[in-house]
Ligand binder design. Structure first.
Ligand SMILES: Cc1ncc(COP(=O)(O)O)c(C=O)c1O
Length: 473
């Protein structure tokens, strides 16, 4: 056996450099990134020692050193003295995806995806609480244990309201949850075993990333185009390994703003059926009925779940949501919810249903949609011609920074100008390198004027030359 054969036998990771074109070190980094995305190289996995890999691939040690350095620069791996080079762990120091607004902070917050602040919410909640207090039946329900799926009457009320929003759901297929994040976690916990694989767009809602990580699931990112998840890449991934569930936001992806056409949804369903994969549609970033496409559970009722929440409509503090699931999955979901919390609190359900069905919520929503449309128009107007993608009724916009700008630095610069933004990193699945982009939420400023001021400051930073890095001494 010659040196190369011996080295090949000892290498725990052996990429196929033969098929690759271009500079060897770059090709090696690309192969590494692909294997990390596919989960072939798992977080924390140790890469082969440089000399060993060089011998195994028949290249110089310099090529491997350069590749490892480039991979480190791209955030794929980390090198530690004494323990070699390892794939970056997912439990590393990623920025926290969600912060709470700091009291007394007068900066313009464009980082949080929250409903637009208005005194009407306080007024309407107070009214709903008063109404509940006068209804003995509602008080009694709030004091009693409920079935795991939640109070039937509340599920019926919710379904009637959802129907006015163009969503046909039946109370029997709904489980009431403590918001959208709870529904996400519940579906993963009940239906996917630790170590099994789930997939989503490569850039996705950080709460999903956190839930999959917490549950010890393998979370793989799928490449996207202007319509979101690409069915061909999903198909390829499914051929390589068993994917149990695909998490998706077809109306518009948080954070990239991509919306799926009807044809794209159908293509995703076909892949899901071919590979017997569950679909988890997250509808928390709710859109009005006229702006909505066909939900996945109408296209594939046998495998698609749907998540609803009032967090973006009424208030995040209500912690009220619902999970729609096909009948055969309900027993597992019920059992998991029972183990977690028995059922979600009927009092919150009573307050929310009262608010939703009183007509007050509809007025509030009509105002909010109108306001959001105007705010999205402001983003387009004030940030053109920079590369922004967003849904016309979306809570946020996704801004790709011009060549040469780095998102982490941009966020810091914005902070010095009194604007809070969030960079791409918390949205990245696995160890995928983050694109140089930031998410701008249009809803936290109390007025359009405040949003416009924030956007103007961002615009000035975009127009400015990037700061020249200090020379290395
Ligand atoms: C896509 C998505 N899903 C779920 C959630 C969490 O929803 P909730 O606050 O109802 O738990 C959010 C919140 O931003 C979200 O954007």
């Amino acid at each position: 056996m010659n040196v190369q054969q011996r080295a090949r036998e000892r290498c725990q990771w052996l990429p196929d450099l033969e098929q690759a074109s271009g500079p060897r070190y770059k090709a090696l980094v690309e192969l590494m990134a692909a294997d990390i995305a596919l989960g072939v190289l798992e977080p924390g996995a140790r890469l082969p020692p440089q000399r060993l890999l060089a011998d195994a691939l028949g290249v110089t040690v310099g090529t491997i050193t350069r590749a490892y350095r480039e991979a480190e620069r791209r955030g794929l791996v980390e090198a530690r003295v004494g323990s070699g080079t390892r794939v970056r762990s997912q439990t590393d120091n990623r920025p926290h995806f969600h912060h709470l607004t700091r009291a007394g902070d007068d900066s313009i917050d464009l980082s949080l995806s929250i409903p637009i602040p208005t005194f009407r919410r306080e007024q309407q909640l107070a009214l709903s609480l008063q109404q509940i207090a006068t209804q003995p039946q509602a008080i009694n329900t709030a004091l009693s244990y409920q079935p795991e799926q939640g109070c039937l009457d509340q599920r019926q009320q919710l379904c009637r309201w959802l129907e006015t929003q163009g969503l046909a759901l039946s109370p029997e297929e709904l489980i009431l949850t403590e918001g959208g994040q709870h529904a996400d976690f519940l579906a993963l916990q009940a239906l996917i075993k630790p170590g099994e694989a789930v997939a989503s767009a490569a850039l996705t809602y950080p709460g999903m990333i956190a839930a999959a990580r917490q549950l010890g699931l393998k979370h793989l990112g799928v490449g996207t185009d202007a319509e979101g998840i690409r069915p061909d890449l999903l198909e390829r991934l499914c051929q390589q390994q068993r994917i149990r569930l695909l998490y998706l936001m077809p109306e518009y992806n948080n954070p990239t703003g991509h919306s799926m056409s009807e044809a794209r949804r159908q293509a995703i369903v076909e892949v899901a059926r071919r590979h017997d994969m569950l679909l988890l549609e997250d509808g928390v970033q709710f859109v009005p009925p006229q702006a909505r496409g066909t939900p996945m559970h109408e296209l594939a009722p046998e495998r698609a779940m749907y998540i609803f929440s009032v967090s973006k409509l009424l208030a995040g503090g209500l912690r009220f949501g619902a999970l729609r699931a096909p009948a055969n999955l309900l027993p597992q979901l019920r059992a998991a919810l029972r183990a977690q919390c028995w059922s979600s609190p009927a009092l919150m359900g009573a307050v929310t249903c009262q608010w939703l069905t009183s007509g007050e919520a509809d007025e509030l929503l009509a105002w909010q949609w109108d306001e959001i449309r105007h705010r999205q128009a402001l983003v387009r107007e004030l940030l053109a011609p920079y590369e922004v993608s967003a849904h016309a009724c979306g809570f946020h916009a996704w801004l790709r920074l011009p060549e040469g700008r780095r998102a982490a630095e941009f966020v810091q610069l914005a902070d010095t100008q009194g604007v809070t933004l969030i960079a791409a990193e918390p949205f990245c699945v696995g160890s995928q390198p983050a694109p140089q982009a930031v998410r701008l939420c249009v809803t936290p400023p109390p007025t359009r004027e405040a949003l416009a001021e924030g956007l103007k400051r961002v615009r000035r930073l975009l127009d400015d030359e990037p700061p020249v890095p200090a020379p290395l001494l």
